[in-house]
Design a protein around this ligand. Sequence first.
Ligand SMILES: Nc1ncnc2c1ncn2[C@@H]1O[C@H](COP(=O)(O)OP(=O)(O)O)[C@@H](O)[C@H]1O
Ligand SMILES: N[C@@H](CCC(=O)OP(=O)(O)O)C(=O)O
Length: 363
Amino acid sequence: MRVVLKLGTSVLTGGSDRLHRPRMVELIRQIAALRTAGHEVVLVSSGAVLAGWETLNFPPRERSLAEKQLLAAVGQSALMHTYSTLAELYGLKVAQILLTADDFRDRTRYLNARTTLTACLGRGVLPIINENDAVAVEEIKVGDNDSLSAFVANMLEADLLVILTDAPGLFTADPRTHPEATLIPEVGRITPEIWALAGGAGSHRGTGGMHTKIQAAEIATRAGTRVIIAPGDAPEAFVRAATGENIGTRFLAAGSRLEARKRWILADTSPGRVLLDAGAATALRERGGSLLAVGVRGVEGDFERGQTVRLITPEGAELARGLTRYRAGDLRRIAGKRSADTQATLNYDYGPEVVHRDDLILL
Ligand SMILES: Nc1ncnc2c1ncn2[C@@H]1O[C@H](COP(=O)(O)OP(=O)(O)O)[C@@H](O)[C@H]1O
Ligand SMILES: N[C@@H](CCC(=O)OP(=O)(O)O)C(=O)O
């Protein structure tokens, strides 16, 4: 199972003004336990601005953009230092990956970020993601780490997104101001009534409060990822959430990840066409294979790496649709050649598959 864990500032501080190291070590311990059980974990962590404020000895809370970016820049390294020191206790190596909204909008950056994250997981390294606050101004920001964690879950097609926070889950009203509010254990569909529970914009605490968590749940569940919002201070909260125990609020996925991916590929109306030779058409149709450059006869239209292309048989029929790993111009240059020649022809090599089986739908 692939799990994205999001830790809010509230969890990392335990309500104090400082990074709460005993809490952090407890969370790292749970991450290590889950990995030992064979699961992949990606961490999305807030707390940079807070850690910067702590490191610089609590300067007055003047929060101009420049000041916030300064605090984030100082705090991000303090935060990572703390994580890597604590992770070391469990023999865990960590990697820092800072993203902004552009990394999800720009196809090349998106794929590169995904490649790096996947490489980390392949090597058993724990990726720790935050927004790149030091460079991201309002226009290019995701803006809150709840949404960021949902985008990351989609990028990695995670099975589960766990958002740990300082509330026990989603309540019928903000439990801080409504002591009579009760926990909602399960949300099947995110209706306007569910949105209303998070209160209006005015009632948000920190960055977003419950509103951004519901937003995250909507983004992730639509793409087939289950979401759990749970209390960060409950014993074994992360392990329990990840192993299916009833804790906090669970949001059911809307359909499977595969269905979501298929919907997405089929909805993409990019006009690029890749002409197959007979051997490639048979391999795709009958043997469940991927498309290799050697089976490509021609390329029509223009497309970027990662876009949808139509795969056309020698008879002119559309056999399949899939995501290409090579852009049109480059694919023209390697068409008909063996995979071993790709590096020499292009000076780079994204692997032998032009369209990988996992990224392909037969029509
Ligand atoms: N319906 C609700 N159920 C639970 N918590 C809510 C609700 N509406 C607002 N909140 C508030 O959202 C807060 C959690 O969000 P936030 O402070 O941004 O935490 P984090 O740092 O973990 O992102 C809770 O402490 C709670 O006061
Ligand atoms: N990127 C910011 C945190 C943004 C954010 O969404 O915070 P939170 O609501 O505590 O998860 C930071 O590291 O300080």
